[in-house]
Design a protein around this ligand. Structure first.
Ligand code: 5RP
Length: 245
């Protein structure tokens, strides 16, 4: 994944107006987000295939940054493989910028996250960042959140209990069987929710006994969305349903 060939293909297609595939768009958004990284700072790093492109781009400026705070064991390994120092958030407390992907983004930059199962640490790092830069390709843009199944991290003994309550809320939870989070917990992927009020739903699900984190990022949405599409890369603080790109 990544590498000069992909970056060249991406630049070539952007300039000539050709169609980019999804990986090329992810790489384009990741590459653009590097401009939010200030010299000498510690950068918050999310998790997922889009973020893997960001880590690749970050490695190219590793001498300019102090290091990173990671949101998952997978990103920590990848950062270390690229010789980027990884700091413990418990020692750092806060950071300027957090860069992460998303599974869905609405016009208010509220997000569904957790497709990769790293939602709890992602939410913690996002909360600790002064600026949350979310990098997406245009397939992630939705007018209303909920087409992507909403991930909920639960303490294993509460799995059936929480599932029942999610059904009462109108969802169809499915246990992500065989997957264990970095925190040793289970994930329920909740299908069939139309999330018209993300703030309310985030609060309601968070309050269920046994829920560790719901993958709704509405209380702490992204501050900036970097969107890659066939027409290029746009940076926005809100987008409209009649596309801005
Ligand atoms: C991981 C996440 C990811 O940001 C989300 O799943 C998007 O992943 P990708 O960049 O691979 O499409 O929340 O927990």
């Amino acid at each position: 994944m990544g590498g000069p060939v992909l970056f060249f293909a991406m630049a070539y297609k952007t300039v000539l107006g050709g169609k980019m595939n999804q990986d090329e768009k992810k790489a384009a958004a990741a590459s653009e987000s590097i401009r939010f990284v200030e010299t000498g700072t510690i950068v918050g790093v999310g998790t997922g295939s889009t973020v893997n492109f960001f880590i690749h781009a970050l490695a190219e400026i590793r001498d300019r940054i102090a290091g990173a705070v990671s949101s998952s064991e997978a990103s920590t390994k990848r950062l270390r493989d690229h010789e980027i120092p990884v700091f413990d958030l418990a020692e750092i407390g806060r950071m300027d910028v957090y860069v992460d992907g998303a599974d869905e983004a609405n016009p208010q930059l509220q997000l569904i996250k957790g497709g990769g199962g790293a939602l709890t640490r992602e939410k913690i790092v996002a909360a600790a960042a002064n600026k949350f830069v979310c990098i997406v390709d245009d397939t992630k843009l939705v007018p209303v959140l909920g087409t992507f199944p909403l991930p909920v991290e639960v303490i294993p003994m509460a799995r059936a209990l929480v599932s029942d309550q999610l059904v009462e809320m109108g969802g169809r939870p499915e246990w992500r069987d065989g997957f264990v989070t970095d925190n040793g917990n289970d994930i329920l992927d909740v299908h069939g929710l139309r999330i018209d009020d993300p703030l309310k739903m985030e609060t309601e699900i968070n309050q269920l006994a046994g829920v560790v984190t719901v993958g709704l990022f509405a209380r702490r949405p992204a501050d900036v969305l970097v969107i890659a599409s066939d027409s290029g890369v746009e940076t926005t603080e809100a987008w409209s349903v009649n596309p801005v790109i």
